[in-house]
Design a protein around this ligand. Sequence first.
Ligand SMILES: [Zn+2]
Length: 348
Amino acid sequence: MRAWVIRAVGGLDQLEIADIPDPAGPLAARQVRIALRAAALNRLDLFVVRGLSHEYRYPHILGADGAGEVESVGAEVRSIRPGDRVMINPGIPDYTCPYCRAGEQSLCLNYGILGEHRPGTLAQYVVVPEQNTAIIPTLAPSLTWAEGAAFSLVTLTAWRMVVTRAQVRPGETVLVWGIGGGVSLAAMRIAKLQGARVIVTSSSDAKLAEAQQLGADVTLNHKTQKISQEVRALTHKRGADVVIENVGEATWDESLRSLGRGGRLVSCGATTGPKVGFDMRRLFWYQWNIMGSTMGNDAEYREIVRLLGTGELRPIVDRVFPFAEARAAFERLERGEQLGKIAIEIGS
Ligand SMILES: [Zn+2]
């Protein structure tokens, strides 16, 4: 099959379109083989190309997010059939460890993400557990393959951050950094669904204008404005109830300065670097909750798919590239030009 792979880590020069053996052979009882029709990129894909700490098996197929048509299913698969149009939850647990049995799949001892720890979705076929698929809901107009591919990773990640971890309530003020990023945009929309007032930041006024169209209550340019001062001014000096972080070193101090008494900070990433510090006295005196979050569990995934079916949370696709031009898609992501998801069509 055709796939976008790397054979060594480094820059985007390592990206290569290749013919590699497809995942044929007998499926395990609850596995599903999917003919992919679209993939979507995440910042994670750039980190994978640059090199992560675990061993890769080369050629390594990239891509976490994907959607496609079920081609064949294992003997015990009951929820889907060949021909079904499905989206893929890219977080693959073992479904056997104590965390999985407790329903917390993203805490799994053997958790792996497609395109990071396992062969990814920038390929003609992928094999995943039945539990990691969801039938694409029927909407009017119909969801495209690109929209289906764009949905899972960022929506699931943002849902767990905003709803499960931060437990955002109506009327609260939520600060979301870097609205161009897929998780940030999904977090803004989910926080709005929860009834919060959402302040978003970007270094691009054009992106801020788009974010306002998409429901942001307040937009701030973090290049030209001091975010914590603005947040204090917007909240009668109280500060934000919740800060949604995935930037790390570059925003950490300002995140804490923006956080009000009893505030919750949730982080799912450290794009600009992982080493941060803080004054313990502020932590206990202001009674902050500082939380981590990764992907989401199966119940959360089912809930976001249900909401998608009601017309909420329809993915925002920035641009769709043909399969042969996936490298240009990676370059657009690396330059940070997008607002919404960058998708790649995969022909049959
Ligand atoms: Zn597990």
